[in-house]
Design a protein around this ligand. Structure first.
Ligand SMILES: CC(C)(COP(=O)(O)OP(=O)(O)OC[C@H]1O[C@@H](n2cnc3c(N)ncnc32)[C@H](O)[C@@H]1OP(=O)(O)O)[C@@H](O)C(=O)NCCC(=O)NCCS
Length: 194
């Protein structure tokens, strides 16, 4: 699959690269990311290397995942963690991605740097990702899943246009504990315009 960059408003979604590893490691240690994503515990630098090299770069090449760094479209001023600033001065804000099932379906995943939360970045980035997935990849459905109680993730999905369809009982194991899961989906015709 050819790597692509998506621009939306003042955000840019671009493929991962080696230089993102330190930032991925730091954000993956955030308590909310650790609580709601299925990550190795304890989360080591080698886990961030595996995520970037295998799940982002290699999986894009094999067509099984499309993972993007969400960053500011232009070089940003102000204070930020050193690991959040790209070589070209853009600010790394978060990650959005899709697992691809090869029959036209995608499963959404996302997290934001704690410093970038609460400003609508996840909503704008997920909306752009879904627009690209339906338009450029030709997907017929994008699915969203989150642990029951992850209100911020659900709010993002609903703002983008997902319909929450069901609770899947005890369907995921987070930190060794079985948890209930919200599942929702969006079809190409349901992506709001604009
Ligand atoms: C989920 C996450 C990506 C949202 O990122 P964000 O950039 O803050 O999202 P946005 O600013 O676009 O929107 C967040 C919305 O959730 C709302 N929200 C925040 N915390 C909430 C909570 N505990 N319960 C309900 N809604 C909540 C915000 O008010 C906002 O809604 P509004 O615009 O109507 O006010 C971020 O919280 C995160 O990284 N969480 C940890 C990782 C995670 O859970 N990923 C999803 C796994 S399925």
């Amino acid at each position: 699959m050819d790597r692509e960059t998506i621009t939306t408003g003042d955000l840019r979604l671009r493929p991962f690269e080696e230089a993102d590893i330190a930032w991925v490691h730091r954000v993956s240690l955030d308590p909310m990311v650790q609580k709601y994503l299925q990550l190795p515990i304890p989360y080591q630098r080698s886990d961030a290397e595996h995520f970037v090299r295998e799940m982002c770069v290699a999986a894009w090449d094999s067509g099984t995942r499309a993972e993007f760094v969400v960053e500011s479209a232009v070089a940003a001023g102000g204070s930020a963690s050193a690991d959040a600033i790209s070589a070209d001065g853009r600010l790394r804000l978060g990650r959005v991605g899709l697992g691809l099932d090869r029959v036209g379906g995608g499963e959404l995943g996302y997290w934001m740097d704690p410093a970038a939360r609460g400003r609508g970045v996840a909503t704008a980035a997920v909306r752009a990702l879904c627009g690209w997935a339906f338009g450029s990849l030709g997907l017929g459905l994008v699915e969203w899943r989150a642990e029951v109680g992850n209100g911020a993730s659900r709010r993002v999905a609903e703002k983008v246009g997902f319909t929450v369809e069901a609770v899947l009982r005890q369907r995921l194991v987070h930190r060794g504990v079985r948890v209930d899961v919200w599942v929702g989906s969006m079809l190409p015709s349901e992506l709001p315009a604009g």
